[in-house]
Design a protein around this ligand. Structure first.
Ligand SMILES: [Zn+2]
Length: 191
């Protein structure tokens, strides 16, 4: 079924849409078949400093509360909750069909890892860094319910993971962050 080909959508039609997800909260679903390697959507948002990101998270009640941060190689953060787009609703999966890549220009895009059928939910693996103590409440907030056979049960990563080498020095590494790292909302997503 994965090699079924849909007629191409109209150019103005987005490749994906937001809907309630059986995983949790809102999710993002393909509007049409998507080919492996296809760039699906930008992870949009305002680029802010790490300190500003921490301040924003604290103002909203903590890092587990509706934060949509992606760490960039330059040490800044993209806040998907500020001028963001549908990409911030893409759920985590331990067996994802997409990946997030930081481009050379510092933008983040979501790419298909494999053929994705129309109406299939998009997902990627958050290599999620949480610097604070992994308290029971934090572990609950970041519990994974993706349902994959190899589900780790958590979205919290013990170590940053790189999807591909970055040529330049990465100050973010000193803080344990990494390109394509995200902090996410709890299972009860907005909406
Ligand atoms: Zn999982």
């Amino acid at each position: 079924m994965t090699d079924a080909r849909q007629p191409p959508a109209a150019p103005s039609t987005p490749a994906c849409r937001v809907e309630r997800s059986p995983v949790h909260g809102n999710g993002v679903f393909a509007n049409r078949a998507i080919a492996p390697g296809e760039r699906i959507i930008q992870y949009a948002g305002r680029e802010i400093s790490w300190d500003e990101a921490q301040a924003r998270a604290a103002a909203q009640g903590g890092p587990h509360n509706h934060t949509f941060f992606f760490s960039l190689a330059n040490g800044n953060v993209v806040d998907g909750g500020d001028h963001g787009n549908d990409a911030r609703y893409i759920n985590h999966s331990c067996e994802p069909n997409c990946e997030a890549i930081e481009e050379d220009d510092g933008t983040i895009h979501i790419y298909a890892l494999q053929p994705i059928a129309q109406d299939e939910e998009l997902s990627y693996s958050y290599p999620l860094i949480y610097e604070g103590r992994h308290t029971p409440a934090i572990k609950r907030a970041f519990a994974c319910r993706c349902g994959a056979a190899n589900c780790s049960g958590t979205m919290l990563a013990p170590k940053p993971r790189r999807r591909r080498p970055q040529p330049q020095a990465t100050p973010a590494a000193e803080r344990g962050a990494a390109p394509a790292t995200v902090q996410t909302p709890p299972p009860a997503a907005p909406g």
